[in-house]
Write a protein that binds this ligand. Structure first.
Ligand code: CA
Length: 224
């Protein structure tokens, strides 16, 4: 399972939004979501996603307006529109009010993942390598090294380490970690985060200097 980009899912229908978020996380993406156009504008600026999946029919303003506003404030993020198939969204034929394509509902999750992957491949710079001190993580090949030693991680451990390293120097709460690393419908508590942090420590942080820090009462942080 690959960890391949930050997505913003904008959809006002809760069941569709949750399904998309859970499936895309499970497919290895980092996902945030918004239910209205205003929330989307805020999130696109705050979370700097690599791609936005944007429902056209939103309660406050439509998706095209959202993109117009993003572009006029200089935000260049790629956008895939989610549209209804019933012909009411004829405007999509002229699509392109700054978008990179559209997916019609009902869609299959395989289709969404394939389209997202294709756009990201086109728009994102090549291999992403994250480093923290002597620890390195290659996003595409999944190779993690501490110094010259290759460390074998389970998919969950990899996603956890990737999330920590993407946010190097920032304190992440256990709830945030649970939300981003485990799928949305995961029926567990933050105890699982503590367990996985301890597995990770054993595998990647057994030598000085320690990189994964517990910030008492707040959460965890990785930093050199
Ligand atoms: Ca809608």
């Amino acid at each position: 399972m690959s960890s391949r980009g930050r997505l913003l899912v904008v959809e006002d229908e809760p069941s569709i939004r949750e399904l998309l978020c859970a499936s895309l996380r499970f497919a290895g993406f980092t996902v945030t979501s918004a239910a209205t156009g205003s929330e989307a504008l805020q999130a696109a600026r705050d979370d700097s996603p690599d791609l936005v999946l944007l429902d056209v029919m939103l309660p406050d303003r439509d998706g095209f307006e959202v993109v117009r506003r993003l572009r006029s404030s200089g935000v260049r993020v790629p956008v895939l529109y989610l549209t209804a198939r019933d012909g009411t969204d004829d405007r999509v034929t002229g699509l392109t009010i700054g978008g990179d394509g559209y997916i019609t509902k009902p869609f299959s999750l395989e289709e969404v993942i394939a389209r997202v992957t294709a756009v990201l491949r086109r728009t994102r710079p090549g291999t992403e390598q994250l480093t923290c001190g002597e620890l390195s993580l290659d996003v595409d090949s999944h190779v993690v090294r501490r110094g010259s030693r290759v460390v074998e991680l389970s998919p969950t451990e990899f996603r956890l380490l990737h999330y920590l390293m993407r946010n190097s120097g920032r304190v992440l709460s256990k709830a945030q970690i649970l939300d981003q690393v485990w799928s949305h419908d995961f029926d567990g508590d933050v105890g699982v985060v503590e367990s996985y942090i301890s597995y990770l420590r054993r595998k990647v942080d057994g030598t000085e200097p320690r990189l994964i820090h517990t910030v008492r009462g707040l959460g965890y942080m990785i930093r050199p």
